[in-house]
Write a protein that binds this ligand. Structure first.
Ligand code: ADP
Ligand code: SF4
Ligand code: MG
Length: 334
């Protein structure tokens, strides 16, 4: 499969200064990943682990105090390559909305409250394509129809729609220009379960009908289980495990991923869910060694001093954990 997004050794820090004291939050710390064309690539992890920050950098949409201190991000569209972090702003902006689209966290609140939905579509479309008012309207209508949303929402104001419908409309808006690549940040968060189901179905339909690639961020492993083809689990600014969704769900190797899976509610299972003790660390002063060690039941001495490197558990499955590495050595040298 062709790689459409490639990030290499990304480090991005929030560098702030207050009362003469500089504070550096290492929100993305040496992340490398590859997103394949046509897949839904999930990025998982608890709140505060750096998911939204990573997405901003993958989009080239980072602004001070967020600074990329190392690494590269490249998009590949056919034989065209875009160096996202060094391209000039104009090219990145052009690519961003024509070929790449972004559904930000809390996006259902971005619709202009005093304009009809049709005007929001019109403004968005005409900002990126030179089309007539009627052509913009037709594009919007076709988009809604394709995604199974009622056309009549075009004449509504945002406050006349339910939260779930507003979210679906903003998702439709982000896809109206047929982007090849969609980044979605927590698109189902803050919605009730029934509405969530509709949004999950919509995202699945978009990926299927438009054949695009999607990078999906959510802390909700249940949503990943329903949508993602592959999952990267992020903890304290680092990817700690990555594999296809089935492997992550059925055979997670990293203790943090194992916790995330155990905390998933299961149908017909009334036993109490295991929640992860403690909280993710503050990223201006993360723990030494493996950043998960203060919460890890398997932590050994070296976990407190040596940061585990990412190793390949088997092709397509990688994890960063000393215990996993030692188990692999035992398997290889019986
Ligand atoms: N503007 C900011 N200034 C300083 N720190 C920030 C800022 N935005 C986010 N952070 C910190 O960066 C870390 C990662 O945040 P974020 O990327 O939003 O995580 P997630 O999306 O996984 O919840 C957190 O520790 C958060 O407090
Ligand atoms: S490296 Fe050590 S502390 Fe980190 S996840 Fe593995 S066993 Fe736990
Ligand atoms: Mg976030």
């Amino acid at each position: 499969m062709t790689t459409i997004v490639e990030a290499t050794n990304l480090r991005a820090h929030y560098i702030t200064r207050a009362y003469g004291v500089e504070r550096t939050v290492r929100a993305v710390d040496d992340i490398s990943l590859q997103v394949k064309e046509g897949e839904i690539y999930g990025i998982a992890g608890e709140s505060g682990c750096g998911k939204s920050t990573l997405l901003k950098v993958l989009l080239g949409a980072h602004r001070p105090p967020l600074t990329v201190v190392e690494g590269s991000v490249n998009y590949r569209f056919g034989d065209r390559q875009v160096d996202v972090l060094s391209s000039d702003e104009r090219i990145t902006r052009e690519v961003r909305w024509r070929e790449v689209s972004y559904i930000p966290q809390g996006s259902m609140h971005v619709l202009n409250p005093v304009r009809r939905i049709s005007s929001s579509f019109h403004d968005f479309i005409t900002a990126h394509q030179s089309v007539s008012k009627q052509e913009a309207y037709d594009l919007a209508r076709n988009c809604l129809r394709e995604l199974g949303l009622p056309e009549k929402v075009l004449s509504s104001y945002p406050h006349q729609l339910s939260g779930g419908m507003r979210q679906r409309v903003t998702i439709a808006l982000a896809t109206v220009l047929w982007p090849k690549l969609i980044f979605a940040d927590e698109p189902t968060t803050a919605l009730d379960v029934v509405v969530q189901r509709g949004v999950i179905q919509l995202l699945r339909d978009i990926q299927r009908t438009k054949g695009c690639t999607m990078v999906l961020i959510t802390h909700d492993m249940g949503v990943h289980a329903n949508l993602a083809d592959r999952i990267a689990v992020v903890y304290a600014g680092k990817i700690v495990e990555e594999a296809d969704t089935r492997t992550i769900l059925k055979n997670p190797r990293h203790p943090y991923t194992q916790y995330l899976i155990k905390s998933l509610p299961k149908l017909d299972d009334r036993t109490e869910r295991v929640s992860i003790p403690g909280r993710p660390p503050a990223l201006d002063n993360p723990p030494s060694g493996c950043r998960f060690h203060p919460r890890c039941p398997l932590a050994m001495d070296k976990c407190r001093t040596i940061d585990p490197s990412m190793i390949e558990v088997r092709p397509g499955h990688r994890a960063a954990c000393h215990v996993v590495a030692e188990e692999l050595i035992h398997v290889q040298t019986p």
